[in-house]
Design a protein around this ligand. Structure first.
Ligand SMILES: Nc1ncnc2c1ncn2[C@@H]1O[C@H](COP(=O)(O)OP(=O)(O)OP(=O)(O)O)[C@@H](O)[C@H]1O
Length: 315
């Protein structure tokens, strides 16, 4: 076996006239934690469903641990654990019953079942809730149970589709701690997320938009390639100030983080910021300070999406 766990080449998929994947190439190393980032509709779910053999691509090839996904779907399902966006736990069954149900489904040998479910319960810190109905768990606990169900057949590769969407920040952190532990045990993890802050927890990430991968690498490496300057603008009235900047620059270059307005500028950044500041003040928008800060992944993503939009329109 090679050190590459997931290998995707020239993958294309359309739903009628809608292109979900426009030729995607991707390689994920063994025991790597790889993040797929992108807004709704970027194509993350489609890519994942093809990888776990639930959907056929129109073109291209993919393999997991050197097994062809399209050629040997049965073998793929034995080595992959998949947690879809809406994982179907049985709300009327208890935590323990759900785990046993999935152990049955994945034909975990009877002799191993008890030890395996006990291990998963303790691993996901759900042992005290073993007799609680799944429908009565908190959002974070449901996600941990869904993860445990996806792990019941001891897969070597995990594919997780937005596992922390809608989960509170404390549970999100705990969920990621569990993923790190799995990675430490040698499990390869491909995880999609709309949260840019979660990208920093991955070894590498790919930024997806409209069925294409726009950038890939470490979060720090991608952010380091940002060619513009991000300004943090402090003002007593950030919402109104952000609206003013959006009107001047377009919505994609401006966002609010906490009580700061972040403004991305590309060429002649300092001169443009000085001009904008003067104009804002003459329009009655008080600005306390506007200094450059280091760019984050979101800034890079926004800049790339804007550039992509220009390219699509032949500008
Ligand atoms: N069954 C389907 N029929 C028609 N179009 C679809 C279908 N599934 C997905 N699409 C379209 O394909 C594109 C990619 O969708 P996909 O679900 O893969 O994106 P995503 O990045 O996972 O977003 P989300 O987080 O919303 O699932 C979108 O434009 C979507 O509307």
């Amino acid at each position: 076996m090679t050190d590459t766990a997931i290998r995707v080449q020239g993958l294309k998929k359309s739903y009628g006239p809608a292109t979900a994947l426009a030729s995607v190439d991707l390689e994920v190393g063994a025991a790597e934690m790889f993040g797929l980032l992108g807004p709704d509709g970027a194509g993350k779910t489609t890519l994942m469903r093809i990888l776990v053999s639930l959907l056929d691509p129109d073109e291209g090839t993919c393999s997991v641990n050197d097994i062809s996904v399209t050629g040997r779907p049965g073998d793929i399902r034995r080595i992959i654990g998949y947690m879809p966006q809406r994982f179907s736990l049985y709300p009327d069954l208890t935590v323990g019953e759900n785990l046993r149900f999935f152990a049955d489904l994945f034909k975990v040998p009877k002799a191993e079942r008890l030890a395996r479910t006990d291990e998963l319960l303790s691993f996901s810190r759900l042992t005290p809730f073993v007799n609680r109905r799944a429908g009565q768990l908190s959002g974070g606990m449901k996600q941990k149970l869904a993860l445990s169900c996806a792990l019941v057949h001891t897969p070597r590769v995990l594919v997780l589709d937005e596992p922390t969407t809608g989960v509170d920040p404390v549970s999100r952190r705990e969920f990621w701690a569990i993923l790190r532990e799995l990675k430490g045990r040698g499990v390869t993890i491909l995880v999609s997320t709309p949260y840019m802050d979660e990208a920093e927890r991955c070894d590498r990430v790919a930024l997806m938009h409209k069925g294409k991968i726009l950038a890939r690498g470490t979060a720090a490496g991608i952010a380091g390639n940002f060619s513009g300057t991000v300004y943090s603008v402090e003002s007593p009235e950030p919402v109104g100030t952000a609206a003013w900047f959006k009107q001047k620059l377009g919505p994609e270059q401006v966002r609010i983080v906490g009580d700061r307005v972040l403004v991305s500028l590309f060429e002649n950044a300092q001169r443009i910021m000085d001009d904008l500041r003067r104009q804002a003040e003459s329009d009655g928008k008080a600005i306390v300070s506007a200094g450059p800060v280091s760019a984050g992944l979101e800034d890079v993503f926004v800049a790339m999406v804007a550039r992509q939009g220009d390219a699509d329109e032949g500008r």
